[in-house]
Design a binder for this molecule. Structure first.
Ligand code: ADP
Length: 456
């Protein structure tokens, strides 16, 4: 499902003066677009073949700190170059940026031209290849929730992120009138993405003041991950251009809902025509393949949590009674469970992982889910009975790790992940996770000061 915009289309647009800028971007560990803006003529002449970036881009934290302790890049090794190799199948116009096109790049070793193993795109491609070898394709959709603010990023920052002005004064779940007031931004997002070759299904108000969700059509895993990072960037750029701000923090405020990125998953045959999760005679229409896959997701739910919740803040979202799950169980159309069966009894049957926050890196999250699912299929794992009722208050059921610290150690000791991703890759992300924890541990929070300043 490549974008329907070719290199030849770009050449025509450049010749006609419709495009003058091409953004070439790789995806960093945080799932962000990082790269350069090329003068379009120069891109067409030769930069389309490859360009370069500093290899610290896959070894920084969210604030671009040069984090010590990585084997792959460091001051000692001089922070050399990576090769950025544009994947021309991702080329597209960005209608919300004047005269601008975008291409996503693979990250290659500067000397060997092999893909850098800890690059998020390479990690997902590796798991997709494993599925291909099994004659399968994963179709995925990552829903994205976020909060919209009626003020620009600058003023939010200058105000210390306090007294922020939400786009709505009330819970706007499915609320047409309130979301009408947000159409200046949301309509521009929908039409902009559609024009960028990302088929939009809908946007809707979500279950908190100022919260919105955007849904786009499912696609093969790599295409969907590419879409996800472009959508996030688009939402911020479009909001910014209209003097508004959008945040994808998983939990921006203690009193508000968290923002999720639910991941819908189904397996199909190689050419995507036969749904391998569907068996009309199976329980709820689930095939044995689907049962094994979901059993794999559950068996490895704890180990893969880091890739669904990579920051300290991510864990603040997991609160009972908030629609964010706390238990790794599966259930039929039940939003209290971490894994929800959707589209039962139909060809659209799929499992929705509800664990991930809107801060996840989609390449890593999908790769971890696929690795867990493949293990379930290979070992023919038996699926436990569906959970019925309110999973928040279920006893004796698998908990989702409550802290980054726990999730990090579970990732580190995961044989599944080490085998599927490789030791060096897991060690790299364990370092990222521990750094996030270390950075947090040495900070004094507003909460501590307000609580104890006078009363301690
Ligand atoms: P809900 O609102 O109940 O979460 P939706 O019907 O809005 O579910 O669908 C959510 C997402 O699931 C959409 O992005 C849609 O494209 C995607 N989806 C539909 N069918 C499949 C499938 N077979 N595999 C993966 N994703 C799918």
């Amino acid at each position: 499902m490549a974008a329907s915009y070719s290199f030849d289309d770009l050449k025509l647009d450049v010749a006609a003066g419709r495009i003058d800028t091409v953004i070439a971007a790789q995806v960093d560990m945080q799932g962000r677009l990082m790269g350069k803006r090329f003068q379009a003529e120069y891109f067409i002449e030769g930069a389309w073949k490859e360009t370069h970036s500093c290899n610290y881009l896959l070894a920084t934290d969210i604030e671009m700190e040069t984090v010590p302790g990585y084997k792959a890049s460091s001051w000692e090794q001089g922070y050399g170059d990576y090769t950025m190799k544009p994947d021309l199948s991702t080329l597209r116009r960005l209608p919300w940026l004047e005269g601008t096109a975008l291409v996503i790049c693979d990250v290659l070793d500067h000397h060997t031209h092999e893909e850098v193993p800890h690059s998020p795109r390479a990690i997902l491609k590796k798991q997709v290849k494993r599925l291909e070898a099994m004659g399968m394709t994963a179709f995925m959709a990552t829903e994205l929730e976020f909060f919209l603010f009626d003020q620009p990023y600058d003023s939010a920052r200058e105000g210390g992120y306090r007294n922020l002005k939400l786009a709505s004064a009330y819970n706007e779940d499915y609320h047409i009138f309130q979301t009408t007031k947000e159409e200046e931004v949301m309509r521009a997002i929908r039409t902009g993405l559609q024009g960028a070759g990302i088929p939009v299904e809908n946007s809707k108000g979500e279950a908190s003041a100022g919260q919105e969700e955007i849904n786009v059509r499912y696609a093969d895993a790599l295409t969907m991950a590419d879409r996800h990072v472009i959508i996030k960037n688009a939402c911020k750029e479009i909001a910014w251009s209209k003097g508004k701000a959008i945040t994808f923090l998983a939990k921006w405020n203690y009193g508000a809902a968290g923002s999720s990125s639910h991941i819908h998953q189904s397996l199909w045959n190689s050419d995507g025509t036969t749904p391998l999760f569907f068996d009309k005679d199976g329980e709820y229409g689930m095939s044995d393949t689907m049962k094994h896959y979901v059993a794999g997701l559950l068996a490895h739910a704890s180990e893969i949590t880091y890739f669904l919740a990579p920051y300290i803040n991510s864990y603040k979202r997991f609160m009972a009674g908030t629609f964010a799950p706390t238990k790794a169980v599966w259930s039929k159309d039940n939003r209290t469970a971490g894994y929800r069966l959707c589209g039962e009894e139909t060809k659209a049957i799929r499992v929705e992982c509800r664990v991930g926050g809107s801060d996840l890196n989609p390449y890593l999250a999908m790769a971890a889910l696929i690795a867990a699912g493949i293990d379930g299929i290979e070992r023919k794992m038996e699926l436990e009975p569906a959970f019925v009722g309110d999973a928040y208050h279920g006893t004796d059921v698998r908990e989702i790790p409550k802290t980054l610290r726990d999730a990090t150690e579970l990732m580190s000791s995961s044989e599944l992940l080490r085998t599927a991703f490789g030791h060096d890759v897991i060690d790299h992300y364990v370092r990222a996770a521990r750094w996030e924890q270390e950075e947090y541990d040495r900070r004094v929070t507003d909460w501590e000061v307000a609580r104890g300043f006078e009363r301690a």
